[in-house]
Write a protein that binds this ligand. Sequence first.
Ligand code: BGC
Length: 785
Amino acid sequence: MKTTSKLILLAVLSFSFLFSSCNNEEPSDNIGEAVVTTGEIDKKVEKLLSKMTLEDKVGQMTQITIDVITKGESVYVSDDPLELDSKLLEEAITKYKVGSILNTANNKARTVEKWNEIIKQIQDVAIDKIGVPVLYGVDAIHGTTYTAGATFFPQQIGMAATWNIDLNMKGAEISAYETRASSIPWNFSPVLDMGRDPRWPRIWETYGEDVYLVSQMGKAAIDGYEGVNNDLSNPNKVASCIKHFLAYGAEKSGKDRTPSYIPEIQLREYYLPSYKAAIDAGAHTVMINSGLINGVPVHADYNLLTNLLREELGFEGVVVTDWADIENIHNRDKVAESQKEAVKLAINAGIDMAMVPYNFNFTTNLIELVKEKEVPMSRIDDAVRRILKLKYELGLFENPYPILSDKSDFGSEKFENAAYLAASESITLLKNDSSLLPISKESKLLVCGPNANSMRTLNGGWTYSWQGDLANNKEFTSKYNTILEAVQNKFGNENVKYVAGVEYKDDGAFWEEKNIDIKAAVNAAKNVDYILLCLGENTYTETIGNINDINISENQEELALELSKTGKPIILILNEGRPRLIRNIDPVSKAVVQTYLPGNFGGDALVDILVGEINPSGKLPYTYPMYPNGLGTYDHKPSEATETMEGIYDYNSSFPVQYQFGYGLSYTDFEYSNLRLSQKEINGNDTFTVSIDVKNIGEREGKEVVQLYTKDMYASVSPDNKRLRRFKKISLTRGESKTVEFTLSGRDLAFVGVDMKYVVEKGDFKILVGGKSEKLKVLNTLKFN
Ligand code: BGC
């Protein structure tokens, strides 16, 4: 229902609260002056709460989508040009006392000015009628999705591939600035779900498969969005929303919003740490997993929402539902017999705000439930207290729609340069036979494949529109270069032939293809030096992106195989949200480059890598699978590696994959030596250091990601193959050498034991860095809280 509605609507409006003037400083960690202290805010919250009626309070817990209050034929379709319907707006505020609004209308990006106008209108009514400002939220997940001219970074999966924490934080800072410049103070980002199942259509929204990498990237995003002190009164910052708590993406079927069955030991080992790290980093809001875990809708799960999230993790901020997910407890999951029962289950489980989003049934039902004593008033007060506190912290009471006197950095060259840099550090060179790359700018190229000439596929979903389709938004990408355009700019039109061979049907389902003319592509390959074959996926978001076959499309595979018969060297460029299987295409390609979803500057960054102006430094944030029945992760148990290419029952081996987690080539070579530990033995929680020398022994400057893994040799729970514990991206000039030092403790070696507590057990470990390894002995067993 939700997705259908979204599609009908074609929409998600991103708004903004026009906040106090955004100065022309570069976004940074500098914290703006706090408007009021926390103690003062608490007093204000209590004072306001004491004056509120039940209706006022429940209104604060209600979030609707913008189309509910716009002029248009229905709640699903708004008129264009966009206008708020003052009658509907007043009704939402005066009758239902609505506390929050989200989204854009008609799936269309709007100018900063339009956002300012709309939000001013909303806030004027809210302040005038109920004295409480509205909290506006959007998904600005790789840039400010619904604002024309915003700066788009690679999607999260690409940011993870940079393995560059500072770049990720910088990207979040810029998105926060541009989101606030668009007057929006609340961002439904980052996604802290684990990308451990490559079939899942939201893999590209994650930071990949590894617990540590996701946690580090997540913390950097929160620091960027909220500032390192989480002071939301800074007019350049937004409240972050970590989502979707908990273990979304672990569905048994690999399809979005289908059931997950997760034992607690696995939940705690792989899915909880990224949320814990984000809560410790001060994230202000949490969005809940739309699905079921072990048969129970997470939105109705008291154990997860209250016992785990509130009590164990100590989360004090606002808990918001995902889209229509209280309705889903009744409509979809059949756990509640009525809508009203669903509201009762969700609010009593620990939900503070309902993303309803199309009607006011939630509001009416919840008021009745409180009157009938089915939901305690204390639960309502608890939820509203958190919501009001957030509004005070964001400065909305003082300044509900600040007009930014200076937003000169919005979409500026320096922001765009940062996005280009991120794209260039994310692109991952997976294969380079006989050092084929880089190639000379004088080369003659045939460019083909459905991803060669598309801004849509470079950006992915949540870009100007929910699905990333550009039907309403094409004008916004015209100034950026597709791969083809970037190639033409670099190699000269006269050296570049373009025949797609296969195209995506942009007005159909995301997997549909058209204009299949493989012969034309093959014929065009005569007289060229190289074939640049751009394959992958068209854009999709959420359930729309479900697939029945993880192999790359048959048309694309045939295109590759036919082109290979020409004998011309194929450079395979992948541009995809998740790793589609390429085991038949990889062997006929001399070079393979993964671009993920690199954003508006992906074409330029890729071409700069092809000609060697940029030395690639991205590393895979997931395991690139080879077979549909071999979709494991690098941190698998030894027994998962039985059927290797090396032989059967070789438990020290790994299962066959196309490319390993953490893998990526450079145009230079790095030599690792002298791995040393500060001590060979530790007591349970001692700290120790690991050092290694890394030397650039190749011909050009390059960046390397130094990755430290640990391997527990024997444990009471079968130990993971290995686990990433630290990493650092360094830059080395030709011949340069650096010593990299990491500090760890026994806690870093711990795992979740059968009693659900972290434990490090005495025994032998291996410390692995850059192909070297050293032994470490833990002398005693220690449990951690
Ligand atoms: C998605 C969320 C998103 C929300 C609001 C949902 O469908 O699952 O990730 O934040 O919509 O747009």
